[in-house]
Design a binder for this molecule. Structure first.
Ligand SMILES: Nc1ncnc2c1ncn2[C@@H]1O[C@H](COP(=O)(O)OP(=O)(O)OP(=O)(O)O)[C@@H](O)[C@H]1O
Ligand SMILES: [Mg+2]
Length: 380
C-alpha cells in the first residue's frame, strides 16, 4: 500500500506532430535530431483501418467495430511434451479492448499473457474461442486482422547479421509498404537508434534491441500496437523513453495493448487493465474502478511523542504501529466513516503531529487478486 503517484515523467500535452523529440525527450538519447517524424499511429483519414492503402500494398477494408480487439471464450491447450501433461494456458478468456485505449494486461509469470498476445500475432494457434481484430475475424479474415496490428513480442527475434536499417526495410517489404511510404529513418530516430542504423544488430545492447523490436512493430503504421513486456530488463531512462513513445503513438490514434510487471508505470499510463491469472481473467475494467474495488484505505497518524504499543482506545480497530511514531489504521471506506475514526483517535488521547491517508495501488490489487481468485470480475 502506498500513496499513488505518477511514475512517468512528462505531462501529456496536445499532439504536435512536429515536436516529438521536443515534447518527450528532456534528455535526448541520441545527438542526431530527426529530419522527419514517423507517422507511428494513424491520422484521421486512416483511423480505424490498417495503413497500407497504396497501390500494390495489401488493402484492408475499413472496420467499424467499436472495439479494437474483441476476444470471446479464448482457449489454448499446449500439447503434451517430454512427459509433461497438456498445458491449458488459456481458459475461456473474454476481453474487449476499446479503440484508442492504452490497455494493460497484467498477471504473474506463466499466467497466459504471452500466449494470448501470440495468438493475436498469429504466432500461436488457438484451441478455441473467437478473436476479432479491428473488426476482422482472426479465422476468416486473418490477413486483414494481421495487417491491423503491430506486435513487439516478448522474445527478442532479430537477425544478428542485419543492421537496424536493413531490419526495418525488410519488415516494411514483408508488409508490402512501398518504398516511398516507408518511414525507416524517422522510426530509427524515434527509438534513438539513428546512430546505430548501420551496425550489425548482434552488436546492439539488450535495450537497443528492444527499441529496434518496437520500431519493427510500427513499420506498417498499424492502428493497433501490441507490446509484450516492452520494458523488461531496460534501464530507467529507456523505460521513460519507451513509455513516452507509447503515449505518442496512442495520441496519434493507435490503440495499445501492453503487458509489463512495472505496476507504477501501468498506473500512470494505462486507462484500462485486465488481470489474468492461471489462464483466466480475474478482473477487467477502467483503472480507477478497479482500484476502488479494493475498498481499503489506511489512515496514517504521525505521533508527536514515541509510543510503545497501540493505545487501548484503538483496540477495536485494524491498527498497528510502524516504528514508534506512526500508527496506521486500516479501514473500509464503504463501511467506516473517517469522522468516526477521527473521534476514536481523539478519545485515545494520542499526541498527533500529522494525519494522512493512503490509498491502495495497483500492486495491492494485483497481490489481492493473484492470491485470492475470489474477486473474479464475473463473481465479485
Ligand atoms: N510453446 C509452449 N509449449 C508448452 N507450454 C507453453 C508454451 N508456451 C507457454 N507455455 C506454458 O503456458 C503457460 C502460460 O505461458 P505464457 O508465456 O503465456 O505466460 P506469461 O503470462 O506470458 O508469463 P511471463 O510473465 O513469464 O511472460 C505457462 O505455464 C507456460 O509454461
Ligand atoms: Mg510473457
Amino acid at each position: 500500500m502506498s500513496v499513488r503517484t505518477a511514475a512517468v515523467a512528462g505531462d501529456p500535452v496536445p499532439i504536435d506532430l512536429n515536436g516529438f523529440r521536443r515534447r518527450h525527450r528532456t534528455r535526448p538519447l541520441s545527438a542526431v535530431r530527426p529530419k522527419s517524424l514517423p507517422r507511428a499511429g494513424l491520422d484521421d483519414k486512416e483511423r480505424g483501418t490498417a495503413m497500407l492503402d497504396e497501390p500494390g500494398s495489401p488493402s484492408v477494408p475499413g472496420a467499424s467495430a467499436a472495439a479494437a480487439i474483441r476476444i470471446r471464450g479464448l482457449e489454448k491447450v499446449y500439447r503434451a511434451q517430454s512427459g509433461q501433461p497438456p498445458m491449458r494456458a488459456l481458459r475461456g478468456v473474454s476481453l474487449e479492448i476499446p479503440r484508442g485505449s492504452i490497455f494493460g494486461l497484467l498477471g504473474p509469470n506463466g499466467a497466459g499473457k504471452s500466449t494470448l498476445i501470440n495468438i493475436l500475432a498469429g504466432l500461436v494457434v488457438k484451441s478455441g474461442g473467437e478473436v476479432e481484430i479491428n473488426g476482422h475475424d482472426l479465422d476468416s479474415a486473418w490477413r486483414q486482422a494481421r495487417l491491423s496490428i503491430g506486435v513487439m513480442p516478448q522474445e527478442l527475434v532479430l537477425d544478428p547479421f542485419f543492421t537496424p536499417r536493413q531490419t526495418l526495410e525488410l519488415q516494411a517489404g514483408l508488409y508490402g509498404v512501398p518504398p516511398r511510404r516507408r518511414q525507416t529513418e524517422a522510426l530509427l530516430e524515434m527509438v534513438g537508434l539513428a546512430d546505430k542504423a548501420d551496425v550489425y544488430s548482434r552488436t546492439l545492447s539488450g535495450g537497443m534491441r528492444r527499441r529496434l523490436m518496437m520500431a519493427k512493430a510500427l513499420v506498417h503504421r498499424p492502428p493497433i500496437v501490441i507490446l509484450d513486456e516492452p520494458t523488461a530488463g531496460v534501464d530507467i531512462e529507456l523505460r521513460e523513453l519507451l513509455w513516452n513513445e507509447v503515449r505518442y503513438i496512442n495520441e496519434a490514434g493507435a490503440t495499445i495493448l501492453l503487458t509489463t510487471h512495472h505496476f507504477e508505470e501501468v498506473e500512470a499510463i494505462c486507462d484500462r487493465i485486465a488481470i489474468i491469472n492461471r489462464g483466466s481473467v480475474t478482473l477487467n475494467g477502467p483503472m480507477d474502478e478497479m482500484l476502488a474495488r479494493l475498498d481499503r484505505k489506511e489512515l496514517v497518524v504521525q505521533l508527536a511523542e514515541p509510543c510503545s504499543k497501540v493505545p487501548a482506545a484503538l483496540a477495536g480497530l485494524d491498527a498497528r504501529l510502524e516504528g514508534d511514531r506512526t500508527v496506521v489504521i486500516g479501514y473500509q471506506p464503504t463501511r467506516t466513516r473517517t469522522v468516526d475514526l477521527l473521534g476514536q483517535i481523539r478519545d485515545s488521547e494520542l499526541q498527533i503531529a500529522d494525519l494522512s491517508t493512503r490509498e491502495p495501488n495497483l500492486e495491492d490489487l494485483f497481490r489481492t487478486l493473484t492470491r485470492e481468485p475470489v474477486l473474479d470480475a464475473a463473481h465479485p
